[in-house]
Design a protein around this ligand. Sequence first.
Ligand code: APR
Ligand code: PHB
Length: 389
Amino acid sequence: MRTKVAIIGAGPSGLLLSQLLNLAGIETVVLERKSRDYVLSRIRAGVLEWTTVQLLRAAGVGDRMDREGMVHDGCYLSSNNNMFRVDFHEACGKQVMVYGQTEVTRDLYDAQEALGATVIHDAEDVALHDLESDAPWVSYTIGGVPQRLDCDYVAGCDGFHGVSRPTIPEGVRREYEKVYPFGWLGILSRTPPVAEELIYAAHDRGFALASMRNPMLSRYYIQVPLTDRVEDWSDEAFWAELKLRLPEEACKSLITGPSIEKSIAPLRSFVTEPMRWGRLFLVGDAAHIVPPTGAKGLNLAASDVFYLSQGFKDFYGAGDAAGLEGYSQKALARIWKAMRFSWSMTTMMHRFPEHNAYERRMQDTEMAVLETSDTARKWMAENYTGLPY
Ligand code: APR
Ligand code: PHB
């Protein structure tokens, strides 16, 4: 089989890239290790920057998002029971869309099917070859039977644990990493959200977040030590701890119920450079991971896809390779700014075992600055709603 762009991974990065390229008449083949059902069972974050909203619309997958998604003009922050609101619209004229990443992925699958794009599931043993030549190719197996895909370029959209990034030789790759000494325990429950907007709560007992998927589906998180296991946390224990950390004002209207999903995710900041090696481009989680506090994971994947799809369009449409040449530098400039935002939100709002009394006071003071300074809120709003492409 032969195609122009071989895309490894059918997460949001791979499917959105494939969608934009197919719309531009550029042929792709997506190779995914898991089944479609498995991909669609993963629960991820749910806040879309406005640039992501516009990109999804341009990709022809905005209809259901515009119908079912919830536009939020702001969010609440709370510091030890003192809650205040950051009005994004007032601070920077922008807003976000609350719409689950799983739904984005489902819409992309449907759109890919409607376009007749090729998405191959259960592709095992994917390996990338001759990436420094002008004839790269991908080997893989389906049910144990070897397959070969020849292509012009490979887009590594295969997430943090994929094969693409390790294919870049160690001497070429530079990796930057910070692992945080805690995780987020998250639950999904069929209950109405506690507030009409998200609440990010810093508390002496640890961070908590009240989020949502729709008016009858809530998503809540609490910071937990990395040694905790999901089995250690009954639903009752989770709700009790959440109530201690969320501001009292909000807790009055907290409706609890059985969890329909419960998991612990570690927090990490990670960037690999460069994002291009020969004919391989890294996209999304394959190249970078942010802690979830800034809600940037999917949004950074979207901006990578935007830059790369523009590069391919210029190359195949007008023979102009400048966009592809500049992809890594352009994508990384935006990624590092989102890294900084996610790191600063995480550092300001979580309890770190190693922090002393001075560092604790600095955290509280940063929250107080956000509460009282229009400039600080503008900075937060600009970053949260998304820096321009
Ligand atoms: N071969 C084929 N597919 C693979 C391989 C492999 N060796 N390794 C991983 N994959 C697939 C995974 O099964 C997954 O479906 O690549 C896909 C990667 O998807 P994501 O992990 O969702 O990464 P990405 O598409 O970059 O999404 C970025 O989604 O994961 C969240 O937090 C992340 O919000 C961010 C956004
Ligand atoms: C979520 O709804 O899962 C969510 C929202 C905002 C975040 C992280 C996760 O910052």
